[in-house]
Write a protein of this length. Structure first.
Lengths: 147, 143
């Protein structure tokens, strides 16, 4: 079954809000399509990593990026969600996020084989062209037997 | 400083780090010191789950726990009033993180004047069966 944009958006919204860790961090679905996915996390006091500056923790950004990569894979596969497991995740932190700023992540699954997905992603606070972090990741894809 | 005083100092620095960072409390992470060896502990909590079918810890949670373990170890050995900054991390996922307590230890491979290279390994039931590993570079905060 191939998903249209509306169905993909529904799955994206579901992924961003019903997975316990995503719900706990307050993720919000932004968009999905063409092998890409975007999710944002609003700033919150209890998610701060540096109490001197009020900057959101790197760990929150790690969860956001990992999750957004999963959305991009679903977007690239255009099938009902299947499970993915992260193989490796390489994150470069270019700079800290602005104090008390939320973070948005966009991931692009640029190659999907039967069993492996290759994904690039970036996260920014205010301007997509001035990222706080970039990611290169690989995932194992567990497809449903009928797919 | 005497060994006992050094030990007390290290424990205080570690506790200060764990208490100061709000996100550490969000994760529910703790740490114990045995001499200069620190073990980070992440008790299982439902909000850490990323896959409810297995159920398994979220990959991001495991990555975050490994990163915080590196920063906590650096807070003990490279005391600073400010938090050290992550430059880059490579996280390898070896096994699913099950719904149980996770442990991690950091190995400071090289601590330079400005940059530290740190390896971290996390396990659950057996140290010999790690669930994930991290290699990373951290920019050391000056005082």
């Amino acid at each position: 079954m191939s998903l249209d944009r509306d169905a993909l958006a529904q799955i994206g919204h579901h992924m961003a809000t019903t997975v316990p860790q995503a719900a706990a961090l307050g993720f919000r679905f932004v968009s999905a399509g063409d092998g890409r996915g975007t999710i944002e996390v609003p700033w919150r006091e209890d998610l701060v990593g540096d109490p001197d500056t009020g900057v959101i923790a790197g760990g929150v950004v790690t969860s956001l990026l990992d999750h957004t990569c999963g959305l991009a894979i679903t977007s690239a596969a255009r099938t009902e969600p299947f499970s993915t497991a992260t193989l490796d995740l390489r994150i470069d932190y270019m700079r800290p996020a602005a104090p008390r700023a939320g973070v948005t992540a966009q991931a692009h699954c640029y190659k999907l084989t039967r069993s492996i997905a290759f994904v690039r992603a970036q996260a920014w606070d205010l301007d997509p062209d001035d990222p706080i972090a970039t990611v290169q990741a690989a995932f194992v894809v567990n497809r449903a037997p009928s797919a | 400083m005497s060994d006992a005083a050094t030990q007390k100092n290290a424990a205080e620095q570690l506790e200060a780090f764990l208490q100061r960072v709000p996100y550490v409390r969000f994760l529910g992470m703790r740490a114990e010191l045995a001499g200069d060896e620190m073990t980070a502990i992440l008790p299982f909590q439902p909000h850490l789950v990323g896959n409810t079918h297995i159920p398994a810890l979220h990959g991001g949670v495991i990555g975050a726990f490994l990163e915080m373990t590196a920063l906590a170890q650096l807070s003990v050995t490279q005391a600073s009033t400010r938090v050290h900054k992550t430059i880059d991390v490579t996280i390898e996922y070896l096994r699913p993180g099950r719904a149980m307590t996770t442990y991690a230890r950091a190995d400071l491979r090289k601590v330079g004047r400005r940059v530290a290279n740190v390896h971290v390994e996390a396990w659950q039931e057996a140290r010999s069966a790690p669930v994930a590993a991290l290699r990373g570079h951290f920019l050391l905060a000056g005082d």
